[in-house]
Design a protein around this ligand. Structure first.
Ligand SMILES: [Zn+2]
Ligand SMILES: [Zn+2]
Length: 240
């Protein structure tokens, strides 16, 4: 099957015609599926990976974390609907470009820009006042488990979403690039909270934000604020 720009535009048109109730159902289903995908991926790697544990024990899975993780899913759906609202009102104009070169360029640009912004917001989240109010919850997990990625204060979840929407409003990234970026973001967050190093050790030298890199942040909260890369930590002296 030859998938071309016209066909992609047809799909975009189909979504354009969704009513709000349809959008609400659609975004809930998509976000629940992504949540299940993350948990499934985590457990799959954890069961099949032969590498040593980074920390002796996984953080126990609690009922309250489970409910909070579901609330995070609801917040992500809300952000998605806000994105749709901005799209319907002309604030956001996702492109339908399908050129592989442009998509790769846009995905890398999104990863680097978001990594830079997340470094500063994560650093700010560790200021004592903000930490106590918002980010401390995530750090109750000193060692991690399959829910850690979703154990966030709702303001953090919505804050990340708003930051991304602002970036998307500044430049018309293509629908495909946005989708690929979001999938990488989810996979990265899942891998980053594993209790085993997923990446080969040399990756660290190429500035990749590995599992050990984020695991060390959970152990020493004054270091490693980056997410996809260690570039900004190395640059600003917070790298461990
Ligand atoms: Zn933190
Ligand atoms: Zn974390």
């Amino acid at each position: 099957m030859n998938f071309n720009t016209t066909e992609l535009s047809d799909y975009i048109n189909l979504f354009w015609q969704f009513s709000w109730p349809q959008w609400i159902i659609f975004s809930f289903i998509i976000n629940i599926l992504l949540y299940l995908f993350s948990i499934g991926l985590y457990l799959f790697i954890d069961k099949t990976c032969r590498k040593n544990l980074l920390q002796e024990k996984n953080h126990p899975v609690s009922k309250s974390d489970f409910y909070l993780s579901l609330f995070t899913v609801a917040c992500n759906s809300l952000v998605m609907m806000l994105g749709v609202f901005l799209w319907k009102n002309g604030w956001l104009e996702p492109g339908s470009n399908l050129s592989a070169g442009i998509i790769v360029f846009e995905v890398i640009a999104l990863l680097l820009v978001m990594d830079f912004l997340m470094y500063f917001f994560h650093y700010a989240a560790h200021l004592p006042f903000v930490y106590r109010l918002l980010h401390g919850k995530h750090h109750e997990h000193v060692s991690t488990n399959y829910l850690s990625l979703f154990v966030l204060h709702p303001f953090e979840t919505v804050g990340f979403g708003l930051m991304m929407l602002v970036v998307l409003m500044c430049y018309d990234f293509s629908v495909v690039a946005i989708s690929v970026y979001l999938l990488i973001n989810l996979i990265w967050g899942t891998i980053g909270h594993l209790n085993r190093e997923f990446f080969p050790a040399q990756f660290d030298r190429f500035f990749v934000g590995t599992t050990r890199f984020h695991n060390l942040h959970h152990l020493d909260e004054t270091k490693n604020f980056g997410f996809y890369t260690s570039i900004w930590d190395r640059l600003f002296g917070t790298y461990k």
